[in-house]
Write a protein that binds this ligand. Sequence first.
Ligand SMILES: Cc1cc2nc3c(=O)[nH]c(=O)nc-3n(C[C@H](O)[C@H](O)[C@H](O)COP(=O)(O)OP(=O)(O)OC[C@H]3O[C@@H](n4cnc5c(N)ncnc54)[C@H](O)[C@@H]3O)c2cc1C
Length: 276
Amino acid sequence: MNFTENYDMFLGEDHELLRKTVRDFAEKEVAPHIRDWDRSGAEAGEGPETRAHIRPILKRMGDLGLLGICVPAKYSGTGMDYLALAVVCEELERVDSALRVVMSVHTGLNSLSLLQWGSEEQKQQYLAPQASGQKLAAYCLTEPNSGTDAAAMQATARRDGDAYILNGEKTWISLADVADNFLVFAKTDLSKGHRGISCFIVERAFAGVNSHPIHGKLDPGQPGGERQVRSRAPDLRRADRRTPACQAHDQPHGAQARYQPPIGLPRRVDEEPGPP
Ligand SMILES: Cc1cc2nc3c(=O)[nH]c(=O)nc-3n(C[C@H](O)[C@H](O)[C@H](O)COP(=O)(O)OP(=O)(O)OC[C@H]3O[C@@H](n4cnc5c(N)ncnc54)[C@H](O)[C@@H]3O)c2cc1C
């Protein structure tokens, strides 16, 4: 079967309506502003983020239901399927690759991880406002010295009574300059390699969380550089950050769950040794 030719057989009327909605939105509300938005990013100096358009445009996408596209309605999502997410990605990518990236991070990496692995309480507290676009979310895996080999990460999380102390630095984090909530990966057991990594929900409001933009990642003078500079992914810095133990993902044994970093399909690794 030629999958490309038969692609439409998988799409229903709802998908087509969605495609039209996203295409209209992208062409009318995104395309005319791309150059200005790009320049505002390139001209931003050190210090607080100046990309003033990011939160309003994502809020608008939240109002359209795009940020919670695969999230069930009980968590303020649209409750559609993964094909719908693909349609949204295609239509955004067609107009603005940078906006598609931040939507994927907010929705795909953060919210869908929370949907799969979070406790009911965490879903109510974090997922619902993210699905509606009230709160923006980032996903913090990459570090200055670990990318593809995520197990080489150096960030640590140390149990301290009813809290964890997170200590480390992340980089290339999309939306780090504006996000309210972060999923942060850190090592809780250095002796266990990738099995000793846990994921924590961190709010920007927590003391000790810092972020700053990276400018000039690519030379704007190079072909294609201008668009990519705008998708800046700043560092997220935190030093001795206390995060309550209850905010570790899920708690099958009252403390925390351990995960493979959700690259591709996340696989849960229980805290207690069990059958493979
Ligand atoms: C625009 C943008 C946004 C991003 N947003 C986020 C974000 O929101 N959150 C986040 O956590 N990270 C983010 N990242 C980081 C991204 O996920 C990392 O760049 C990625 O994990 C690769 O890591 P690296 O750049 O260190 O490359 P490296 O790991 O150094 O890899 C460099 C090259 O070597 C190849 N390679 C690596 N190891 C092997 C091997 N063993 N065998 C063969 N080939 C190998 C890789 O495929 C790649 O081509 C973002 C990056 C960009 C560019």
